[in-house]
Design a protein around this ligand. Sequence first.
Ligand code: FEO
Length: 403
Amino acid sequence: MDSRFKAVKISEHVYWVGAIDWGIRDFHGYGTPRGSTYNAYLVVADDVILIDTVLRPFKDELLARVASVTDPSNIRYIISNHSEPDHSGALYDVIGEVRPEKVFASRMGLKDLAGYFGPGAIEAAEDGQALNLGGVNLTFIETRMVHWPDSMMTYLADDRLLFSQDGFGMHLASSERFADEIDDGVIREENTKYFANILTPYARIIDKLLDRVQALGVPIEVIAPDHGPVWRRDVTRPIETYRRFCAQRPTMKAVVTYDTMWGSTGMMARGVEEGLTAEGVRTVVLPLKSSDRNTVMTELLEAGALVVGSPTINNNIYPSVAEVLTYARGLKPANLVGAAFGSFGWSGEGAQQVKEYLEEMKVDLVAEPLSVRFKPDDAAVDECRRLGSAVAKRLKEVISGDD
Ligand code: FEO
């Protein structure tokens, strides 16, 4: 075993034994400029229990960290909270090496694991099932669609600790293991980005899940997710932040995103921005030549308006705009007002197609798409300002409840 890799104690019975992926920059389409971690945890009591594993190439790092606490062959039970390969990739290799007595996963987890790795001797953990295992008290809580249908969380009553798998996680590689040891701005940014780009479609489910966990009345002092740092101080803060994210309440913030071929749609975007800011709406302009889809979604999570511009190319929306809108449509952001705009030369389908995407996203559109032929003149830029102003006024109405 590689002695460089050590476990980190995070509570009375629990050690972090995961892996740090400093090099990853693309996590299935999610940009990870700060890398990530695949967290696994070792519960050491009368017996030894491993909670989740890691991405397959990091299996030796996981086992080396386990070995810094106990011989890996002492692992008697494994609990797989989530079957996505970043947490189960090493599972079958680890099972082969340590030969645990039992492996638990949710019922859906059994199917997923079999789908990925073939059938295995894994036992179903029932939703709400409480188990005294290895001298500690565990409760399984099914959390379907957070983030996959198989997902579950495990509560360790003895340490008042929730193993929350993807929930409350973030893609952030760090030498520190606790959120309170890391710059707060970085934590806020990565937490928001993670929710916006992974969990937004499940916001209502997460809200109900939080209701359910709170209704259980169990004290939670530590939240141990499968990515990024562990929350150990004031865990009400990440929970309240998730409540706010789930609500997707519109705020006086707008995102204007666009691409441009020769600068004309860009000029329109600045006009829209002026109209919005003149009405007191904080506006973030994201040109798609220098902004990626993750940033658009992150900025949008707590915004109230989305205004999108596209030129027309070959009778179509501009490809970069289509990409971002396709991504956004899948993530299902809610409660937005907005509009479409764009410059064109001959046919002008770009802005119209933006409108169709926004309609599918149930964005409350304040006007028909604003299209300008070739370069906008002063009058056309004024029209863009009026469009921004109309979006701002509609947003104010929604926020004030006049809707
Ligand atoms: Fe981190 Fe849904 O896997």
